[in-house]
Design a protein around this ligand. Structure first.
Ligand code: CTP
Ligand code: MG
Length: 384
C-alpha cells in the first residue's frame, strides 16, 4: 500500500506563547518541526511527506530545511486544523497515495514502533489512531469556577497522532463534513458514521501545547544527552619570519609557521578535535589544501565551520584543552591572550579553555626547532 505522511504545521501555537509558532521553536538545538519530520522521514515507510504550513512562516521553514539538510514538500494550510488537513489530503491524493498518516508537527517524539503499529493495523482497518487511557480523576468545572460534578474516567481515552487512514473513505468523510471544524481526523470519520480502531499510544508522544510542555521536552532530551570527547593533532614547519599565527593571535618573535593557510597549528588541532566530537572526519576533508580558496585563509573560518557541524550533529562544546609543543617561541607571555581568543571563537567561558606548552628537551623535530606541534582535546555534549 502506498502511504503518504501529512504533517500539519500551519497553526499559530497561541497557548505555547514564545513569540514564534511552537513548531518552529528551538528544542534542545533543533526546531520542533525538524524533529517531527526527521522521525517520520527516518522510519522509511512513506512514499511522500507533505508538510502543511502557513506561507507567512517561509523564513522559519527555510531554517528547518537547513537543519534537516533537505527541502520539504510544503503546501499552504487553512484557518483551522481541519482546513489544513483537508489541503494535505488533496496533495496526498494527487501524489497517488492509497493511505495517509496525519501527524501534528507539535508531537516531535513519535516513535518508529508506534508508526509500525499503525501501519500494520491498516491491513485490517480503514481508520486507526493511537490512544492512552486517562489516568487523572476527571471533573466538570461548576458555574462559580470551582468543581462541579465529578466525571467517571471509565472508558475514557486521550487521542494522539499520527492517525492512520485508507485515503478514499477519509476523503469521503471530509466531503460530508462541510465547513465544520473538528479536533482531529478520527472525529471526522465518526461524524460520517465510520469505525475507528485504537492502538496503544505512547506517553512520550505528548503534544507540545503549553510552556510547561516545552520544559518537559527539554528535560527529556537533556536526560538522553551523552558526553563525548574529540582530539586533534597538527604540525607545521617553523622558519624565520616577521610574524606567526598561533591559537588565533599574532606573535611577533622572528618566527613563522609554514602552510597553505595561515598555518595556525593550534586552531587546526582544535578544529580537528571538534570535528572528532561531531563525527565529521578531519580538517583536510572540509578544507582541502589543494583548493586555492583556502590559500592564506585565516583558521578562524575552519574553526567556525567545525562548530557549525558540531551543532548540526546536536552537539555543544563544553571544554577545550590545548598543548603546544615547541622550543620557541616562548608561549608563556602569550598564553592569556590565546586563551581569551579561543574562548571568544568557541563561545566558551574563559575558565573552560586551557592552553599548555611544553618543550621536548631538545629531542626530535620540535627539539631541533624545525617545527611546532599542537594537540587539542575537547569535551562536548551530544543531544539526540
Ligand atoms: N494546525 C494547522 N493549521 C491550523 C491549526 C493547527 O496545521 N490552522 C496544526 C498545528 O500546527 C499543530 C496541530 O495542528 O501541529 C495541532 O494543533 P494545536 O496543538 O492546536 O496547534 P496550534 O493551533 O498551533 O496551537 P494553539 O491552539 O495553542 O494556537
Ligand atoms: Mg489549535
Amino acid at each position: 500500500m502506498k502511504i503518504a505522511a501529512v504533517i500539519v504545521a500551519a497553526g499559530r501555537g497561541e497557548r505555547a506563547g514564545g513569540g514564534v509558532p511552537k513548531q518552529y521553536r528551538d528544542l534542545a538545538g533543533k526546531r520542533v518541526l525538524a524533529r517531527s519530520v526527521h522521525r517520520l522521514h527516518h522510519c522509511g515507510v512513506f512514499m511522500s511527506l507533505i508538510v502543511v504550513v502557513n506561507p507567512l512562516d517561509r523564513d522559519h521553514i527555510d531554517a528547518v530545511e537547513a537543519e534537516l539538510g533537505f527541502q520539504l514538500d510544503t503546501i499552504p494550510g487553512g484557518a483551522t486544523r481541519t482546513a489544513s488537513v483537508r489541503a494535505g489530503l488533496d496533495a496526498a491524493a494527487k501524489a497517488g497515495a492509497e493511505a495517509v498518516l496525519i501527524h501534528d508537527a507539535a508531537r516531535p517524539f513519535v516513535s518508529t514502533d508506534l508508526i509500525d503499529r499503525l501501519v500494520t493495523a491498516l491491513d485490517s482497518h480503514k481508520a486507526v489512531i493511537p490512544a492512552l487511557p486517562v489516568s487523572d480523576a476527571l471533573l466538570r468545572v461548576g458555574d462559580g469556577g470551582g468543581m462541579g460534578e465529578p466525571v467517571s474516567r471509565d472508558g475514557l481515552f486521550a487521542a494522539q497522532t499520527p492517525q492512520a487512514f485508507h485515503l478514499a473513505p477519509l476523503l469521503d468523510a471530509y466531503a460530508k463534513l462541510g465547513e465544520t471544524a473538528l479536533p482531529d481526523d478520527a472525529a471526522v470519520i465518526r461524524a460520517a458514521g465510520g469505525e475507528v480502531e485504537l492502538v496503544t499510544g505512547e506517553a512520550e508522544n505528548f503534544k507540545l501545547t503549553t510552556p510547561e510542555d516545552f520544559l518537559r521536552a527539554e528535560r527529556m532530551l537533556m536526560s538522553e544527552a551523552i558526553t563525548v570527547t574529540g582530539q586533534g593533532f597538527d604540525v607545521h614547519r617553523l622558519e624565520p619570519a616577521e610574524l606567526m599565527w598561533l591559537c588565533g593571535i599574532e606573535i611577533r618573535a622572528g618566527l613563522g609557521l609554514v602552510g597553505h593557510s595561515d598555518a595556525d597549528a593550534g586552531l587546526h588541532a582544535l578544529t580537528d578535535a571538534i570535528l572528532g566530537a561531531a563525527g565529521a572526519g578531519d580538517i583536510g576533508q572540509h578544507f582541502p589544501p589543494s583548493d586555492p580558496q583556502w590559500k592564506g585563509a585565516r583558521s578562524d573560518a575552519f574553526l567556525t565551520h567545525a562548530l557549525k557541524l558540531l551543532k548540526e550533529a546536536g552537539g555543544e562544546i563544553l571544554h577545550a584543552d590545548l598543548t603546544l609543543i615547541a622550543e620557541r617561541p616562548k608561549i608563556g607571555p602569550h598564553r592569556e591572550a590565546m586563551r581569551a581568543r579561543v574562548a571568544e571563537l568557541t563561545g566558551l567561558p574563559l575558565q573552560r579553555v586551557n592552553i599548555k606548552a611544553t618543550t621536548t628537551e631538545k629531542l626530535g623535530f620540535t627539539g631541533r626547532g624545525e617545527g611546532l606541534a599542537a594537540q587539542a582535546i575537547i569535551t562536548a555534549r551530544l543531544r539526540p
